[in-house]
Design a binder for this molecule. Structure first.
Ligand code: C2E
Ligand code: MG
Ligand code: MG
Length: 707
């Protein structure tokens, strides 16, 4: 059933099928074709009723071929088109009624599932030239159409996140600008960049990075809702087009909402991941700026947000163009700074914490700009990295520093900072070897400072590079320790000679509220377990010096022993061998806040007391019993026996006592339960509220406090 051989008739003699003789071979071939479901045949009467239709198409429509006969062919065709415009059904009807041949007419079947056909037909006439009806064939276009739709979707969408892609965003922005002009309002654009995304990608791998981008896109969509079009420009850059939002407050709130939402932690494969976001904002301004202009301004605003420390948003301001111009100028100036001998190295002494002998100098680059004066390396080193000059500058630094160090006494070393980009370069070991050979410096005297940033790249490379550098015999230091992103595990893997505790830990470590002292102590402990030295960076005051010594740092670098100085001064200091501490007001002693039960031997009696704070010279003690100024006392607080002292003042239940001999604060830690439990009795009045003071904390948790 259903082959052309069994032509289904309609309208008796009027069918053109009768006008045609058939051979069985042709029949078989046609049947083959129909069964292949690649195409089908159809025939209508002169009034457009189906007189034949292939079985295969009836099946696709979920009907019997017989059910379809004697009904208008146009009934099979949907009147709906995707865009709701002119319908193909109407077009087909037009051809059939006007007896005009047609080819490849694309129509959609009137079915629930999407079925598309391409139909070709021609009118049939009898030998007398009378119109008989139509006859033709059709092919299934469904798959082709679907892939076209898919291609169209792909052309508009970012395949990773499903957000709009660059092309689509551009169209959205063009439309928003047009709409804004027409409706006399303004539109807004956010340009967004994820902070620390690269670190996640590099440490957890690209699949994790992709997952993170998908999660970010979900959150972005959630925050923006129907206020605008969210899209991804590529990498970790996103854009939001806000066709009807230009109010500054509203834009600020929305941008802050995005930053807050994207900064909440993510869990990827069981690992908690934190990133941030920076946002540049621009609004159209009733002027004739194009979408390109807006995007360039948004980019400048984003740059400003990142320069302001990331994790924030900035509105575009016209001055940003000037800043960008300045940056460009600086860029071209930096390109010639080396040739023009505007770069030079300052040397900052590094001093042994106990002997105060100078052990080495750190070479720190300086740029004397002919117009702008001295420019900080914090400003131009990142620029040199960005514009690909860092390798050249880095090699110059190493060569100059080694040549200078070769003039110093032999026990004094030089430290050179390496950018992660230099560290990535395979040429680095060769350069180091060449420089050492040319300057005749003992490799042991060169120390290379790297930051945690280098661990964010390929593990094998890091491992090989460390091995190659160690094989040369140079020393390795981990700079700015504690400020990076990565875990501590690499400390165990990499044979550093030294870790440099970042200045941010040292500054404020003497503040009682700060936990820095405890952190420094932990770092020193870790380093000494791993046989590494520790340098405390940025030590400025006597108090900080006393504290870092107390905490066990082996080396000290900071303004207290000398600022970065010109090479001549460094040579002089290197020859002298010891740094001199600046004259200062009488040094204030380091005091440790402490709550500890003590026994007070006072005028032949033993009284319960408690220590409130202590320094090497004395202590603040609390005791309910009245005591007299000038009395000699002995204190027992489980720290190496009785401590002799004299009461210098009293106030209420507290008194200050001065020790006869300097007390070693190290005896206080660790704050284990009293070893001599038998000799230390906790006075009963202390038991109930022994740790109740909110300012009270045992060493070393609260660190030192100076009063
Ligand atoms: P860094 O390697 O951590 O260098 C220490 C920075 O702290 C130096 O800043 C130094 O002048 C400053 N510093 C040292 N002691 C004190 C102190 O007691 N108080 C204060 N407030 N600051 C102190 P500088 O010279 O501005 O260098 C900044 C950063 O620039 C360096 O940090 C280093 O990361 C980078 N840098 C400097 N020279 C080079 C270089 O030749 N190559 C590369 N790749 N980076 C360099
Ligand atoms: Mg350094
Ligand atoms: Mg440092």
């Amino acid at each position: 059933m259903g082959s052309l051989g069994r032509i289904l008739r309609s309208g008796g003699n009027s069918s053109p099928a009768e006008a045609r003789p058939q051979t069985s071979r042709a029949e078989n071939l046609l049947q083959e074709f129909e069964n292949s479901e690649k195409g089908w045949f159809w025939e209508t009467t002169r009034d457009g009723m189906l007189s034949y239709i292939s079985e295969s198409v009836a099946k696709a429509l979920g009907r019997e071929a017989a059910d379809l006969l004697d009904r208008p062919f146009t009934d099979l065709i949907s009147t709906e088109t995707e865009d709701g415009a002119a319908t193909s059904e109407r077009t087909l009807g037009f051809y059939l009624s006007s007896h005009v041949a047609f080819q490849d007419l694309i129509v959609r079947a009137k079915t629930k599932n999407e079925i598309w056909w391409s139909i070709t037909g021609r009118p049939v006439h009898n030998e007398l030239g009378h119109f008989f009806g139509f006859r033709g064939f059709a092919s299934d276009l469904t798959k082709v159409r679907q892939s076209e739709v898919e291609l169209d979707r792909l052309a508009k969408q970012d395949s990773l996140t499903g957000l709009a892609n660059r092309e689509m965003l551009r169209r959205a922005l063009d439309d928003a600008l047009l709409g804004a002009v027409r409706r006399k309002h303004r539109c807004g654009v956010f340009l967004l960049d994820l902070d620390r995304f690269k670190a996640v990608n590099d440490t957890l791998g690209h699949p994790a990075g992709d997952t993170l981008l998908r999660l970010v896109s979900l959150r972005l969509r959630e925050v923006i809702g129907d206020k605008g079009q969210v899209g991804r420009l590529g990498g970790d850059e996103f854009e939001v087009v806000l066709p009807a939002t230009s109010d500054k407050k509203e834009l600020s709130d929305l941008a802050q909402g995005i930053i807050d939402s994207l900064s909440r932690p993510y869990t990827i494969n069981g690992t908690a991941v934190s990133i941030g976001a920076s946002v540049g904002i621009v609004t159209s301004d009733y002027d004739d700026r194009t979408s390109d202009d807006l995007m360039r301004d948004a980019d400048l605003a984003l740059y400003a947000a990142k320069a302001a420390g990331k994790g924030c948003f900035r509105f575009f301001a016209p001055e940003m163009h000037e800043a960008a111009r300045q940056r460009q100028l600086m860029e071209s100036d930096l390109r010639v700074a080396l040739e023009k001998e505007q770069l030079w190295l300052a040397y900052q002494p590094c001093v042994d914490a106990s002997s105060e002998a100078v052990t080495g100098f750190e070479a720190l680059i300086r740029w004397n700009h002919p117009e702008h004066g001295s420019i900080s390396p914090a400003e131009f080193i990142p620029l040199a990295e960005e514009i690909g000059l860092i390798n050249e500058i880095g090699e110059w630094v190493m060569r100059t520093a080694c040549a200078t160090a070769a003039t110093w006494p032999e026990h004094i070393s030089v430290a050179v900072n390496l950018s992660p980009i230099q560290f990535k370069s395979h040429a680095l070991p060769t350069i180091v070897r060449m420089v050492l050979a040319d300057t005749r410096l003992d490799p042991e005297r060169l120390e290379l400072e790297i930051t945690e940033g280098v661990f964010l790249s390929n593990d094998d490379h890091v491992h090989d590079m460390i091995g190659a550098l160690k094989a040369i015999g140079v020393k390795l230091a981990l700079d700015d320790f504690g400020t990076g992103y990565s875990s501590l595990s690499y400390l165990q893997r990499v044979p550093f000679d030294k870790i440099k505790v970042d200045r941010s830990f040292v500054t404020g470590a003497t503040d009682p509220a700060s936990r820095n002292a405890a952190l420094i102590r932990a770092m020193v402990g870790l380093a000494s377990d791993l046989k590494m030295q520790t340098t405390a960076e940025g030590v400025e005051t006597q108090e900080e010096l006393a504290l870092v010594r107390e905490l066990g740092c082996s080396l000290v670098q900071g303004y207290i022993f000398g600022k970065p100085m010109p090479p001549e001064e460094a040579l002089e200091l290197a020859r002298k061998g010891a740094a001199t501490l600046p004259e200062q007001a009488p040094q204030r002693e380091l005091r440790i806040r402490i709550i500890r039960a003590a026994l007070l031997h006072y005028q032949g009696r033993v009284l319960g007391a408690r220590l409130r704070n202590i320094s090497t010279g004395g202590a603040l003690v609390e005791c309910r019993e009245p005591v007299e100024v000038g009395s000699n006392i002995q204190l027992d607080f489980a720290a190496g026996g009785l401590i002799d002292g004299e009461i210098r003042w009293t106030k209420g239940t507290q008194f200050g006592c001065q020790f006869r001999e300097p007390f070693d604060l190290k005896l206080l830690q660790p704050a284990k339960p009293a070893k001599k439990a038998s000799t230390v009795m906790t006075p009963t009045y202390l038991k109930a509220n022994d740790r109740s003071d909110d300012d009270a904390a045992d060493w070393p948790i609260s660190g030192g406090s100076t009063k």
